[in-house]
Design a protein around this ligand. Sequence first.
Ligand SMILES: *Cc1c(COP(=O)(O)O)cnc(C)c1O
Length: 391
Amino acid sequence: MRDLAASLARWTARGWRRRLRTRTSPPGPEVVLDGRRLLAFCTNDYLGLAGHPALVRALCEGAQRYGTGSSAAHLLGGHTEAHARLEAALAEFVGFPRARLFATGYAANLALVSMLAERGEPVYHDRLNHASLLDGTALARARVVRYAHADADDLARRLDANPAHAPLVVTDGVFSMDGDLAPLPALARVVREHGGALLVDDAHGLGVLGPQGRGSLAQAGVGPGEVQALVGTLGKAFGTAGAFVAGDETLVDGLVHFGRPWIYSTAPPPALAHATLQALALVRAGEEARRRLFERVHQFRRGARELGLPLAPSETPIQPLLVGDAQRAQALSAALLEAGIWVPAIRPPTVPEGTARLRITLSAAHTREQVDRLLEALARAWAAHPAPEEA
Ligand SMILES: *Cc1c(COP(=O)(O)O)cnc(C)c1O
């Protein structure tokens, strides 16, 4: 058995100790955390829906109609009319024939990738793919082959070097720690040329990008016919919780037979599915929120550029500031916290060694003044904690 205390001591020594904070307020730009009121730039509540009164009402109404729990796994009586209606609506929304609901995006990725990957065979991953996609590969005892980040040519070289029947290629749509986009048209072309299948995890694109918030594929003009499966999560822009896998009839039927994390888990509460149907309506009609959101993104980028901050090439609400050194990232985050602003430092092993960063996320709920406050605090923190070579 692992010596857990020794592992924890090693991580502490490396400066990788994680700290859990407790929020006592509703979600939103201003939160109360460990008893302190803070301005938060760390959530994935991109459209500001997580505390929306219409969703709170829908959740209560759902609970009155269906109760609190689903009472069983989907196959054993836990699958309700609310789940079925949401699955149909989500499939229609993203333009795929069918969709299957999951309690979390982590479980959706685990089920999807482990179902399609074959033992001992390679699964091609973007180097910055989400941990759940890698874990799905491990669950299938398949082999992770990483291609260079957002590099379809590197993927093509690796596929050429290892000709296989129907290779499986997996990518985030929007990269969760970098905010940049996968080159979906190029990836789809390479995968098609090699007779493979492409899986896209659009956790951060859904609700945010494309017409009506239909996501990265819609924005890139890549049709459902070019992608084997799409994963969307509901705990981010949708403001509720859970996830879905969209695909064709065979793929979604496959999950019922081979998607172990779906089969062996209690169905999510039907009340939540009921509320998420309402969230879908708000997302579809959310052009004004998306316009506000991208106004904030541009305001932040303009301001950060003027301050000479190390902006990343991201046009999404995920705006990391690359710091490099983990301790400095930590010090910057602490200085911001001192100023009443919550921006987490993301360090290895969550991101590659030497790429520690402040991960700033923006929401349609942030005001112009709040983004100004962030920029002012960043300018002060940066001056107070210069990089070693500038010190
Ligand atoms: C958040 C996230 C997930 C996991 O979704 P949950 O619903 O939070 O479990 C999967 N993939 C990516 C890219 C994510 O950012």
